[in-house]
Ligand binder design. Structure first.
Ligand code: APR
Ligand code: PHB
Length: 392
């Protein structure tokens, strides 16, 4: 099998790349180890930056988001018994979309298949070869057969646990990482959202987040120890923590409903650099992970793909390699700005085990600065809606 760009992974990164390349007449094949039902049902974050939403619309995959997604013009932060609104629209002139990542994946898959795009599900890439030459190949298994996809370029969009990043010699890769001493327990509940906007809460018992997926479905998170077993968290215990941490006597009432799904996710910050080695380009979670506070994961993946698609299109149209050569450096600027923001928001809102009183006072001051000073609020808001692509 042969194509121009071989893509490993049908998450938002791989699917969007395939879609953007198609619109410029470049052929690609997406290999995905899981089934279509699995990737379409995988629940993840749900905040889409203004620019990322525009990108999906321009890619021809934004129509359902525009119909069913929810535009949010602000969010709230609850701490010390009071709620404070961050007026995203007023501070930046831009809004965000609340729309589940798995819905984005469904829309991209539908758009790809409608245009005759090739996505091979249950096709697991085992090796990426020849990336230092100009004829790389991906070995994969599908239909119980070993197969080979020959290509001009390989896009490693296979997430944190994929095979693309390890295909780069370890001696050529620098890794920067930080683990956090807590995790998020997330639930999806069949309950109408109790507020129109998201609420991020800092409380002595730990962080909590109120979010939503639709006018009928609430998404909620509580901070928990990273090694907690989900079976230790009865529904009643989860709701108790959500009420205490989110409500704080502010008048906000979390509405309960049947829990449709629950799970615990660890948190880390991770960057591998460079994001390109020879003809292999890493994008999205394959190259970097952010903690979920601030919801930058999918937005960063989309930003990488904008850069990669443009670089590949310029190569095929004009024979120029300068944008491909600049890919890693270009992406890493935004990646580090998003890392800084996600680390900062995580540090400001969570309870760190050990209870360092100095750190807690600094957290109080951070929250005071972003809620009482417009300069602080504006910095938070600009990062939250997404720094403009033309500057990073
Ligand atoms: N062969 C084929 N597919 C693979 C392989 C492999 N060897 N290894 C992993 N994959 C697939 C996974 O099954 C997954 O569907 O690659 C896909 C990677 O998709 P994502 O994990 O969604 O990563 P990405 O597209 O970079 O999107 C980033 O996802 O995890 C969230 O927070 C993250 O929101 C961010 C977004
Ligand atoms: C979500 O809705 O899943 C969500 C929202 C905001 C975040 C993280 C996750 O910061």
């Amino acid at each position: 099998m042969r194509t121009q760009v071989g893509i490993v992974g049908a998450g938002p990164a791989g699917l969007l790349l395939s879609q953007l390349l198609h619109r410029d007449g470049i052929d690609s094949v997406v290999l995905e180890s899981r089934s279509r039902a699995y990737v379409e049902g995988r629940i993840r974050a749900g905040v889409i930056e203004h620019g990322a939403a525009q990108t999906l619309i321009e890619a021809g995959a934004g129509a359902r988001m525009q119909r069913e997604g929810m535009i949010h013009q602000g969010f709230e932060i609850a701490f010390a018994g009071a709620r404070h609104r961050i007026d995203l629209h007023g501070l930046t002139g831009r809004d965000i979309w609340v729309y589940g990542q798995h819905e984005v994946v469904k829309d991209l898959i539908a758009a790809r298949l409608e245009m005759g795009g090739q996505i091979l599900f249950e096709a697991e890439a085992g090796a990426i070869e020849g990336i230092e030459g100009d004829r790389p190949a991906i070995r994969f298994g599908a239909d119980d057969k070993d197969q080979v996809l020959d290509c001009d370029f390989v896009a490693g969009c296979d997430g944190f646990h994929g095979i693309a990043r390890p295909a780069i010699p370890a001696s050529r890769l620098s890794v920067f990482e930080r683990d956090y001493p807590f995790a998020w327990l997330g639930i999806l509940a069949d309950a109408k959202p109790a507020s129109h906007e998201l609420v991020y809460a800092r409380h002595d018992r730990g962080f909590a987040l109120f979010s939503m997926r639709s006018p009928e479905i609430t998404r909620l998170y509580v901070q928990c120890p990273p090694d907690d077993d989900i079976n230790e968290w009865s529904d009643a215990r989860i709701w108790d923590e959500l009420h205490v941490r989110l409500e704080q006597g502010t008048g906000f009432r979390v509405k309960e409903g049947p829990i449709l799904q629950k799970g615990i996710t660890g948190m880390r910050s991770f960057v591998a650099a460079p994001m390109r080695f020879g003809r292999l380009f890493l994008a999205g979670d394959a190259a970097h992970i952010v903690p979920p506070t601030g919801a930058k994961g999918m937005n960063l993946a989309i930003a990488d793909i904008r850069v990669l698609a443009r670089a590949l299109v310029t190569f095929y149209r004009e024979g120029r390699t300068d944008l491909l050569d600049a890919y890693s450096e270009t992406c890493l600027k935004r990646v580090w700005l998003a890392q800084r923001f996600s680390w900062w928001m995580t540090s400001m809102l969570h309870r760190f085990p050990g209870n360092d009183p100095f750190q807690e006072k600094v957290q109080d001051a951070e929250l005071d600065f972003v809620t009482r000073f417009e300069e602080g609020a504006r910095s938070l808001a600009e990062n939250y809606v997404g720094l403009p692509y033309d500057r990073v």
